[in-house]
Ligand binder design. Structure first.
Ligand code: NAD
Length: 388
């Protein structure tokens, strides 16, 4: 079948298997061009198939030679539909890992479910013995908690309505968007989905089953960002969930003191992923940010971020490098004063007429299409390919 992109708003409903494999291969190549990292040996990556989780897995496998077990929630192809990009990414990753004698196995099921945690425990016990690192990189719209209640996350403010500029991805115009405040129930539900509860459930389950090595490291991902996005992000419903995640890192470390399990949160850079494209205001900020960071030679994608995190901020000579709030700051370049001052200046004047000049809209769309395996220059898209 000839597979073409079908974009609806911020989502692409098709994915290209060869393009997705190419993305994985490029990320592996990037990691191999850097020196080996004296890191973990057996890694569990929860949310392993796209974005930050995929890049973490690739760094662990190809940078540290670690065996990896991944958890993802992806759809395989049907007769009518292509698989999701994460499904193709993972098929490619498993085959590329296996070609180098690296163990890489994946569970495609709901990470929030207790039976999936049990399945992971059984696999770890049988194949790996114990894991010494757990990456938690889930971005999900809903979670059914162990009590059977399904919670939905929302992207709203938590105090008053917030109006600001946003980029209409359909017609490339700037318009004013108003985001309404969430109810208390919505704030709590978002915390249930994107906060630290499930992360802690994982660590508790793994530890109780004896499959978490003493002194194991666990890292979850967060975002803080600049003031202009705070009402919708860091002070919004998702930010409240992230604050809960930050608190959970301290809780885990304290509660598992005896086994020496260390839990941290890494605050990563704003990047185009399936999760971030869905947040209003954020895509415009990303387009402006990319422009400034690329001009300064500071731009990074998921793999550059994760390779640097492993090599410099976690497993470097100085051990784990934290800020005063116990956070790993991979957003250090993004949040540097000169970058933020320039982005802010451009934010104040950006409009439909100068969007393409001030914002890296091409870079944004390249990342967006590439994420689904499209528009990669060395792939022949006229080729008839099996959807698998
Ligand atoms: P993503 O959408 O690319 O990846 C999400 C992953 O979670 C996928 O592997 C998906 O299969 C998996 N997943 C979703 N629901 C699942 C479920 N129920 N069970 C099992 N797996 C499930 O997202 P991302 O942008 O890489 O985000 C990962 C983390 O990084 C999130 O915590 C996010 O907040 C954080 N983060 C993202 C950005 C950004 O700009 N994209 C910046 C900083 C931090």
């Amino acid at each position: 079948m000839i597979i073409e992109p079908k974009v609806k708003g911020f989502i692409c409903t098709t994915a290209h298997p060869l393009g997705c494999a190419e993305n994985v291969s490029r990320q592996i190549q990037y990691v191999k061009e850097h020196s080996k990292i004296a890191g973990p040996k057996n890694v569990l990556v929860i949310g392993c198939s796209t974005g930050y989780g995929l890049s973490s897995r690739i760094t662990a496998a190809f940078g540290c030679q670690a065996s990896t077990l991944g958890i993802m929630f992806e759809k395989p192809a049907t007769e009518k539909r292509t698989a999701t990009p994460g499904w193709y990414n993972t098929a490619a990753l498993e085959s590329m890992a296996s070609a180098e004698g690296l163990y890489a196995r994946t569970i495609n099921n709901d990470a929030f479910a207790p039976n999936v945690k049990q399945e992971a425990i059984d696999i770890i016990r049988k194949d790996l013995g114990q894991v010494d690192m757990v990456i938690y990189s889930i971005a999900a719209p809903r979670r059914t908690a162990p009590d059977g209640v399904t919670y939905h996350s929302t992207l709203k403010t938590t105090s008053e309505s917030y109006t600001n500029k946003s980029w209409n991805l359909v017609d490339d115009t700037i318009y004013q968007v108003t985001i309404n405040p969430a109810s208390e129930e919505e704030v709590l539900a978002t915390q249930k989905v994107m906060g630290g509860e499930d992360w802690k459930d994982w660590i508790t389950a793994l530890s109780s089953a004896g499959v978490l090595a003493p002194g194991a490291l666990t890292i979850a991902y967060s975002y803080i960002g600049p003031e202009v996005t705070h009402p919708i992000y860091f002070n919004g419903t998702i930010g409240m969930a992230k604050r809960h995640l930050h608190k959970t890192a301290e809780e885990i470390t304290k509660e598992f003191q005896e086994t020496g399990i260390q839990a941290y949160v890494s605050v990563n850079k704003a990047l185009v992923t399936q999760a971030s494209s869905a947040i209003p205001i954020v895509p415009l900020y990303i387009a402006l940010l990319y422009k400034v960071m690329k001009a300064k030679g500071l731009h990074e994608g998921c793999i550059e971020q994760m390779q640097r995190m492993f090599q410099e901020k976690i497993f470097g000579n100085d051990g784990i490098i934290l800020d005063n709030n116990r956070l790993i700051r991979m957003d250090d370049y993004e949040m540097s004063l000169d970058v933020q001052e320039e982005v802010k200046r451009n934010w104040d004047i950006v409009c439909s007429d100068n969007l393409k000049e001030l914002g890296d809209t091409t870079g944004y769309w390249d990342d967006f299409y590439n994420m689904f395996g499209f528009y990669l220059e060395n792939i022949d898209y006229s080729q008839d390919v099996p959807m698998m």
